[in-house]
Structure formats: structure tokens, C-alpha cells
Design a protein around this ligand. Structure first.
Ligand SMILES: Nc1ncnc2c1ncn2[C@@H]1O[C@H](COP(=O)(O)OP(=O)(O)OP(=O)(O)O)[C@@H](O)[C@H]1O
Length: 668
């Protein structure tokens, strides 16, 4: 979050270099996305800029020709005394003006769509390529990313539109002023001078509006956050039970009111500044017109001059107003483009060497060598000098209380982060020397906070190994192994049934989804991991926390069979389920405190034996001294404080009183 407070205090107006760089980037994107459309758009804008002056001039010539015939002053030879030719030209120009407006809008839309697509692709390819997780836990980066997501597809197109808009109005103003100068340099000077205050006042108002929007943006985002909470099913459950709806509504209302007050202040200043400007804007042309008419009556000006004056003054004024609006939009778009640039220029959090070492099949071991890890530079150590060997083909279980560092260790194994100190070795090679994608291709995993995708059952499983997405046999086998085949086959469209908690497309639509239970989602997550069969390392972080006793038994049996020969790292609070692994490692406060087979650790009588005994008491019912009233049993039991992790904990991580779980079987 560092520095964001100070940054918030002022709108970060882009300097000239940033304006140039962002405009150039926008043009480059538009050129990549739609070169022909961009060229046509540019040419049409130039034409649109020149046409008003042409119409004004032709009108003047027409009137002068009607008044003076072939002797009309200033009318070119071919048109002199030829009002029909002038009318035809005037018609062509008027028609072109009308058509060019529509064409510019159409081409602008095309550019917007093409640019939006390209920018979206680039932004999300960048996000996908960031490699690790660190950036996604940095609030400042997330904030920028959110802004880039909402604005990135529109900002480049708006910058281009503004750029061409400014070119158009500049041409228009230059053309009209050119005509005015030929009529009267004094009138021209007065018109320009009268328009300048409006320009400066508008620019200053724009800046203060942009500043207000910038200062209000955290409030706007919090407002969106409260709004989302009020319709989020998970949040609604709690809001209903705790009666927190009013609290959220009140918070949302307060944020909105604060934003409204700030907008109101800027609106009032705008009105106050505009009143004298409007007066000036009306008086100058009116005064000029009175003077022109008087001079025309005296014979100093022709009727064509008067008509050209009226059209030119009105044209210049409206063009200047348009420029101000365009500049204001450009300013906003340039600010937003800055967020996109920031995201695009973010370096990856996991450096990948230019020539990464290939990751071969695991032959000897994965090894952690004196690994120290913390999530932020000033945060507490989560792992403190962990050294650990996971021999190829063997299974290892990580055990420890909540917050001991088990999941963090797993994330280091998958190279979601690099250790702060120490090394993780794959067959002796530091995994920092490898490409994380290649490394992860050698692994499969079920994470504690697994994903539930609003896709079909088939797709939910196939995501584990998309190269086999069409292999129905493999998908069904993975589902069977995870205990998901039974309920999946019974769904309305079997494996093609859409699973959804959010999308609904109407009663008759097959796309509208079926909602699964927490445990069913978890079985799909296990099936997804099992789709990647034959990988070198299988990581299973709390695979059965939401499963019913029967499914838990089945999944553990299957995992036991699968880990035969597969290098496996298993994290579980169900100590009975992991007692069969080759090695159990106890983590306490980021350090390894015990290590060995189940029997060895039980004989040691340390932390593992204590946790195992506590859990056994839970399963054997209200024993003489089981659990209640003991010493700090809220923390001591591995399940005691486990709810709430990753949004999926809490769903029966332990099932006290059930008589058929593997833990019971193991302990009995
Ligand atoms: N993304 C993160 N950013 C900062 N701190 C984190 C992050 N993830 C975990 N931690 C902290 O790291 C410590 C270890 O967490 P970790 O999830 O590794 O524990 P665990 O042993 O897996 O716990 P549990 O049994 O509850 O799953 C905790 O103190 C936690 O608050």
C-alpha cells in the first residue's frame, strides 16, 4: 500500500512526456488493431475540420454573386457570375458534412471495438504472464489493475478520438478565422480574445473536476464493494443472520453522500464561473453583428461578409467549446491510460532466466534447503530455516496447527513465490533457474482454496489437463476416482450440465446452471487434479475437508493407491488419514519440530502425538477426559480453529461423532 496515501492527495496529472508517451501508445495500439480504419478515420476527421470553412466561404460567394453578379469581390474566376455552380458546390459540401459526421461515428465505433479487443488481450496476457502470486496480494497493484480493467479498453480509443477531435477543431478554427481575417482583422481579434477566458476557465474547472474524481475514487470503490456485498449470496447469509444489512446500507449511503457532496461543490463552481462567460460569449458576437450591419449599410461590407461573419463567429465559439470538452475527456483518458501502462510495465514477480533449465522427470528428490520465507519485506517470518527432502516416489505429510506455514510451503514448492532466503531444488537444480510453467507442468495439486468454475462438469474436470479435454473416458475415470461420477451422471445433462452459482439465462435454456453442494464441488476439484495423472509431484492440501465420511474414505483410499510410486505431499488436519505416509513432518511456527513415520512420532510423545490423541478423543466420544474443559482445546485440536479458510473450510473439516471416517478406523 506504500505511498498510496500521498498519491491520493493530488490528482496525478500526466506531464508532457507522459501525455506524449500515452498518446503514442494509443496510436500504436489502434494501428495494430485496425490500420485501414484508423487511416480512413484520420482522413475523414481532416475533411470534417475543413468543411465548415468551405461552407461558410461558399455561402458568402453565393450571396455576393447574387448581389454583384460577375463583379462580386473575391469570388474565383470559374465561379464568378455562376450562382448555380456555387450552389452545386455548396450542396456537395453540405452533404459531405452530414455524411462525414455519421462515418466518423461509425469508424470510431469500429476502432473502439478492435482496440478494446486488443487491449483486453494484452492486459490479460500480461496478468497471466506475471508468474507468481505476489502481485495479486499487493493492494496497490490490485487497485491499479482494477482501474486498468475498467478503463483499459476505452482509454486508448478515447485518446485517439480526442487527438483527432482536436485536429478537426483546430482545422475548423483555422479555416473560419482565415475567412474572418479577410473580412476584418479587428473582429477576428475580438472574437478570439472573447473566447480565451472561457477556454482557460473550462480547463481549470476540468482540472478541479478530475482532482475531485481522483480524491473520491477510494470512496467510489468502497461504495461498489458495499453494493457487491449486498447481493453476494455468501455475504447475504451472514448479513441476514447477523442483521448486518442495515449496517452495509448505511455505509454505502454515507460513501455515496460524500461523493455527491464533492460533485455538488464542483457543479456549483462550474455554474458560477459559466454565468459571466455566457454573457461575454453572447455580447461579443452581438456587438460585432451590430457593428458589421452598420458598416454593411454604409457599404463597407457585403451581405456575404455579414453572413460569413455570423457563421464564422458561431463556428469558432462552438469549436472552442468542443475543444474544451475534448481536452477534458482526453485528460481523463490519459489518466486512465496511466493505470493500463503501469500494469503493462509491471515486471514479473518471478524472474525467469533468459535460458531456463529444462525440468526433467523427478529422479532423486525435491529438496528445501534452509528456506526462510515471508510474504512482505516487513512482515513476520512464515517459514524459518526449513530443510526438508521429499524423495522421488515417496509420500510426505505436513502437519501442524493453523498458521504453522503448511500451505505457504506448498506454494513455494509450486513456485508461486520464491523463498526469501534458501533454495528449493528439483533433482538438485534450483527451481529459480527454471520456467515456472514447465515446473508446474510436472505437478498436480488440489488446493485448500480450490476453485469452483461456472462451467460444465466436464469442463470443471478437464481444466486439470486441457490437452485431454475431449477424452471423455479420462474425465470419467478422474471423476470416479474422486467420487464425483455418481452425482455427475445423475445431473440433468450428465457431464455436460452447466454448474452455476451466478449465470442464469432463462428457464428453457440449457445453459442455466445447477448448483452443487460444497462437498460436491470439492470432489470435482479432486477430479481436476486427478486428470493430470502421471505427473511427477502430487500436492494435496486438505483434500477432504468438505466431504462426507464415505466420500472422504473413498478419496483417501484412491489417493493412497495413486500415491503408490508418485511423489506426494499431503497436507491434512485429519491425522488418521495420513498415518500411512512414508514420512510425517510437523511444522510449528514455521519450523520443523518433528519428523518421522507415524509410529516413531507417536513413540516420541511430542506435538504430533498430542494432536493425534486430541483428535482420537474427539472420535471416541465423550471420554473421561476428552476435550471439554481441557487446556486450551480451541487451539490445540487441528480442527478447532480451522473454519473459514479460503471460503471452503468450515464445511465439516472434522465430523465429530461419525463412526466411519478413516481417522476412526486408523485410531481404533
Ligand atoms: N498471502 C498471504 N499474505 C500474507 N500472509 C499470509 C498469506 N498467506 C498466509 N499468510 C500468513 O502466513 C502464515 C502461515 O499461513 P499458512 O496458510 O501457510 O498456514 P497453514 O499452516 O497452511 O494454516 P492452515 O492450517 O490454517 O491452513 C499465517 O500467519 C498467515 O497469516
Amino acid at each position: 500500500m506504500g505511498g498510496s496515501g500521498a498519491d491520493r492527495a493530488r490528482p496525478q496529472g500526466p506531464g508532457p512526456r507522459a501525455v506524449f508517451a500515452r498518446t503514442r501508445r494509443s496510436l500504436e495500439i489502434a494501428w495494430r488493431a485496425a490500420p485501414a480504419t484508423l487511416t480512413a478515420y484520420g482522413l475523414l476527421n481532416v475533411a470534417a475540420g475543413l468543411l465548415p470553412a468551405a461552407v461558410t466561404l461558399l455561402t458568402k460567394w453565393l450571396l455576393d454573386t447574387l448581389q454583384f453578379g460577375a463583379q462580386a469581390p473575391g469570388v474565383p474566376g470559374a465561379l464568378a457570375g455562376e450562382p448555380v455552380r456555387v450552389v452545386v458546390l455548396l450542396g456537395v459540401c453540405t452533404l459531405s458534412t452530414a455524411l462525414s459526421g455519421h462515418l466518423v461515428t461509425y469508424l470510431g465505433g469500429r476502432i473502439r471495438r478492435e482496440v478494446g479487443l486488443l487491449v483486453q488481450q494484452r492486459l490479460y496476457a500480461k496478468v497471466d504472464g506475471l508468474g507468481g502470486l505476489r502481485r495479486f496480494e499487493d493492494p496497490a497493484f490490485l487497485d491499479r489493475l482494477r482501474l486498468a480493467q475498467t478503463s483499459a479498453s476505452s482509454a486508448p480509443e478515447e485518446i485517439i478520438e480526442s487527438l483527432f477531435g482536436i485536429v478537426t477543431t483546430a482545422l475548423m478554427i483555422a479555416g473560419l478565422l482565415g475567412i474572418l481575417v479577410t473580412i476584418s482583422p479587428v473582429v477576428t481579434a475580438v472574437t478570439v480574445l472573447a473566447a480565451l477566458p472561457a477556454l482557460f476557465v473550462q480547463l481549470s474547472l476540468n482540472r478541479s473536476r478530475a482532482g475531485m474524481m481522483w480524491r473520491m475514487s477510494p470512496r467510489l470503490r468502497r461504495q461498489v464493494f458495499y453494493r457487491a456485498l449486498m447481493v453476494n449470496p455468501a455475504a447475504i447469509k451472514e448479513a441476514r443472520l447477523f442483521g448486518a444489512g442495515g449496517f452495509l446500507l448505511d455505509r454505502m449511503g454515507r460513501e455515496t453522500a460524500e461523493v455527491n457532496r464533492a460533485e455538488e461543490r464542483v457543479d456549483r463552481r462550474t455554474v458560477a464561473a459559466h454565468a459571466p462567460l455566457a454573457l461575454l460569449g453572447a455580447l461579443v458576437p452581438a456587438g460585432g453583428l451590430v457593428w458589421m450591419v452598420g458598416a454593411a449599410v454604409r457599404g463597407d461590407f457585403t451581405i456575404g461578409d455579414v453572413s460569413a461573419f455570423v457563421a464564422a463567429v458561431a463556428g469558432v465559439q462552438s469549436a472552442l467549446t468542443g475543444t474544451v470538452e475534448t481536452l477534458s475527456r482526453a485528460y481523463q483518458a490519459l489518466l486512465l491510460m496511466g493505470h493500463y501502462d503501469d500494469v503493462m510495465d509491471t515486471p514479473p514477480d518471478l524472474p525467469v532466466p533468459r535460458f531456463p533449465r529444462p525440468v526433467g522427470p523427478l529422479r532423486t528428490a525435491v529438496r528445501l534447503e534452509d528456506v526462510w520465507f515471508r510474504y512482505t519485506d516487513d512482515g513476520p517470518w512464515v517459514l524459518r530455516g526449513v530443510s526438508l527432502t521429499i524423495p522421488a516416489g515417496r509420500s510426505l505429510a505436513l502437519v501442524g496447527l493453523n498458521g504453522a506455514g503448511k500451505s505457504s510451503l506448498v506454494k513455494l514448492l509450486c513456485r508461486m513465490y520464491d523463498p526469501t532466503r534458501g533454495r528449493v531444488l528439483w533433482d538438485g537444480e534450483d527451481i529459480r533457474e527454471t520456467d515456472p510453467r514447465e515446473l508446474r507442468a510436472r505437478m498436480s495439486a488440489v488446493f485448500q482454496d480450490f476453485m469452483a468454475y461456472d462451467l460444465s462438469v466436464r469442463e470443471n474436470i478437464a481444466i486439470g489437463a486441457l490437452e485431454h479435454a475431449d477424452d471423455t473416458g479420462r474425465i470419467r475415470e478422474a471423476a470416479r476416482d474422486a467420487g464425483a461420477d455418481g452425482f455427475a451422471a445423475d445431473l440433468p445433462s450428465g457431464y455436460d450440465t452447466m454448474l452455476s452459482r451466478e449465470f442464469y439465462q432463462g428457464e428453457a435454456d440449457e445453459e442455466s446452471g445447477v448448483t452443487l453442494s460444497g462437498g460436491q464441488w470439492q470432489r470435482l476439484a479432486v477430479a481436476r487434479a486427478l486428470m493430470r495423472r502421471g505427473r511427477d509431484l502430487l500436492i494435496v492440501d486438505e483434500p477432504t475437508s468438505g466431504l462426507d465420511p464415505q466420500a472422504e474414505r473413498e478419496v483417501h483410499d484412491r489417493l493412497r493407491a495413486l500415491r503408490n510410486g508418485t511423489t506426494t505431499v499431503l497436507v491434512s488436519h485429519r491425522l488418521g488419514a495420513i498415518r500411512g505416509v512414508d514420512r510425517i513432518v510437523v511444522l510449528q511456527d514455521g519450523r520443523i519440530t518433528e519428523e518421522g513415520r507415524h509410529a516413531e512420532l507417536m513413540a516420541l510423545g511430542g506435538e504430533y502425538a498430542r494432536l493425534f490423541a486430541l483428535q482420537a478423543e474427539g472420535y471416541t466420544g465423550p471420554g473421561e477426559d476428552a476435550g471439554n474443559g481441557g487446556t486450551g482445546n480451541e487451539d490445540a485440536g487441528p480442527e478447532g480453529a480451522g473454519d473459514g479458510d479460503g471460503g471452503h473450510g468450515g464445511t465439516g473439516r472434522d465430523l465429530p461423532g461419525t463412526a466411519s471416517g478413516p481417522a476412526v478406523e486408523a485410531i481404533a
